[in-house]
Design a protein around this ligand. Structure first.
Ligand code: HEC
Length: 134
């Protein structure tokens, strides 16, 4: 009787842990209001775009692909899929939303603010990924 209860508790706990770690990309990626409305403080000058590109080639391209199509060489190893950044679904977001997502990460997407703590680097990346717009 007692061990049955213990087993039930173990199953429930294991289920909850599983839920916390699942990579469910179908859930909307909620961006806090503050970021949705944030204006990009870094002008998309050729210098900013070039700086963003050089970071992208080093830190993002392996997953996101050279042209942002989500076809990087690392994709087969991932549990979640990088989106096609040329699509309206991606480009239709505000700069602040893109900034928030790349800064915080989710699933296989690393928290870019860890490696790139300087906000300007991450805004340069936003300016560069805007060049994938068709
Ligand atoms: C290890 C692979 C990997 C690397 C490296 C990586 N990403 Fe991602 N990225 C992903 C995946 C996978 C997603 C989708 C995650 C999700 O939806 O849960 C994603 C999502 C994103 C998104 C949000 C897309 C959306 O849904 O609107 C942005 C923006 C982004 N990445 C930018 C970058 C930038 C910039 C870098 C480099 C600093 C980078 N990523 C590096 C895998 C990666």
């Amino acid at each position: 009787m007692k061990s049955g209860l213990l087993l039930t508790i173990c199953i429930i706990v294991a289920g909850l842990i599983g839920m916390a770690f699942q990579t469910d990309q179908s859930k909307p990626w909620v961006v806090p209001d503050k970021y949705l409305k944030m204006t990009n403080p870094v002008k998309a000058t050729p210098a900013s775009i070039a700086a963003g590109k050089s970071l992208f080639v080093k830190q993002c391209q392996d997953c996101h692909g050279k042209k942002g199509l989500g076809d990087g060489t690392k994709v087969p190893e991932l549990k979640s899929t990088p989106p096609d950044m040329t699509k309206a679904a991606f480009q239709g977001q505000t700069d602040g939303a893109i900034f928030y997502k790349l800064s915080e990460g989710r699933n296989d997407m690393p928290k870019a603010k860890k490696d790139l703590p300087d906000d300007e680097d991450r805004w340069n990346l936003v300016n560069f990924v805007r060049t994938f717009k068709k």
